[in-house]
Design a protein around this ligand. Structure first.
Ligand code: SAM
Ligand code: SF4
Ligand code: SF4
Length: 331
């Protein structure tokens, strides 16, 4: 065996999220990703520190491990791993803000813990875990951000319940950002979102999940269907419909009937919404052994047909499409 044969079968890996993403997590940690895998943490206990400078060293360690073919335990079997490609691009181009869980509704499917109306009232008074703004400023001060590409994803609870959201958004706008993505239940109208939409820096996504008040109330546990619809109308009137995405998450036994979906589609057409996303409740996708019933396919077919006729973009997340194609969810 010659010297080069020693390396012939050795694989080198990389992860684009490890290279370029940051996730401020409600586990009080700074992580490279917010994948279904709970990936590694660069830094834990953010609430107890003032600087995240050390994350660069940690990141280098993980990148080297992958390059050397040693997959960290937390990354094993992750779909984001790819074979190594040389790059000099390590600046941050996506930040996910997920450091808060406060919300003003209680979707029965929410992945942010078991939501009840009592619990959301309790949570509303709890302080956020840590001041994310000082860390964001530190990233800019140290030239660690790709300002043009930077994509911000507000996850968390709901942005309207994050007290300093305006200050955070204005910091990004002042210091350089590409796009700010705002998923929101849309119960509260927010002038800062209107501003982002108007200056073409923002995208709003709201999961309405229903076509009437009664179903909305069952799913979200608050009677705010009319308010949410009114807010969609206001944003479209003031900033256009280019960057407004309305989602329908099919929830087993709640809104999985074609009549409900038809009412939803009629509302979308009336509001002049141009982007719709159809999803399936993650709990059914992840839990496994869920056979997709015919009524889900009826909704899918109706969505395709009606969107085509009305010139509406229909988005189906790749994992949901796979489940539709396969006919069942499995791990
Ligand atoms: C946890 S929420 C936070 C943002 C905001 N409160 C909202 O609901 O849009 C983030 C995203 O996850 C989606 N989501 C939460 N639980 C889900 C589930 N079980 N199935 C599918 N999507 C879910 C929500 O619709 C939302 O788009
Ligand atoms: S390989 Fe997966 S778990 Fe590891 S950092 Fe990348 S996305 Fe996260
Ligand atoms: S609005 Fe978002 S954070 Fe609030 S309960 Fe629903 S999915 Fe969860």
């Amino acid at each position: 065996m010659n010297f080069f044969d020693l390396f012939k079968n050795k694989k080198s890996y990389m992860c684009p999220l490890m290279n370029n993403h940051l996730h401020f997590s409600c586990r009080d940690a700074l992580e490279p990703c917010c994948s279904a895998n709970i990936g590694p943490a660069f830094i834990k206990n953010l609430s107890k520190i003032d600087s995240i400078k050390n994350f660069v060293e940690e990141k280098k360690k993980y990148i080297k491990l992958l390059k050397d073919g040693k997959i960290p335990e937390e990354c094993k079997n992750c779909v984001h791993l790819t074979t190594y490609k040389k790059t000099n691009d390590f600046r941050i181009n996506k930040i996910t803000l997920n450091h808060y869980t406060q919300c003003n509704c209680a979707c029965i499917y929410c992945t942010q813990g078991n939501r009840t109306i009592e619990k959301i009232k309790e949570d509303a008074n709890k302080p956020v875990l840590f001041d994310v703004l000082k860390f964001i400023n530190e990233l800019y001060d140290n030239d660690l951000i790709d300002k043009e590409k930077l994509y911000i994803d507000f996850q968390g609870g709901n942005i309207s319940c994050l007290k300093n959201h305006e200050e955070i958004i204005n910091t990004f706008l002042n210091r350089g950002v590409g796009t700010i993505y705002i998923p929101t239940n849309n119960i509260v109208y927010m002038p800062i979102i209107e501003k982002l939409l108007r200056i073409k820096k923002g995208e709003l996504c709201t999961a309405l999940d229903s076509g009437c008040r009664e179903t909305y109330l069952k799913i979200k546990q608050v009677d705010k269907f009319d308010k949410s619809v009114e807010n969609i109308k206001r944003y479209i009137a003031s900033a256009g419909n280019d960057s407004i995405i309305i989602k329908y998450i099919i929830v087993n036994g709640y809104n999985d009937n074609i009549e409900e979906f038809k009412m939803f589609m009629n509302k979308m057409i009336e509001l002049n919404v141009k982007i719709i996303v159809l999803d399936i409740d993650y709990r059914d996708i992840i839990d496994g052994a869920f056979k997709i019933p015919q009524n889900y396919y009826d909704i899918l077919d109706y969505a395709k047909e009606t969107c085509k006729t009305n010139n509406i973009d229909l988005g189906i997340p790749p994992y949901t499409q796979q489940v539709f194609d396969r006919g069942y969810s499995c791990k």
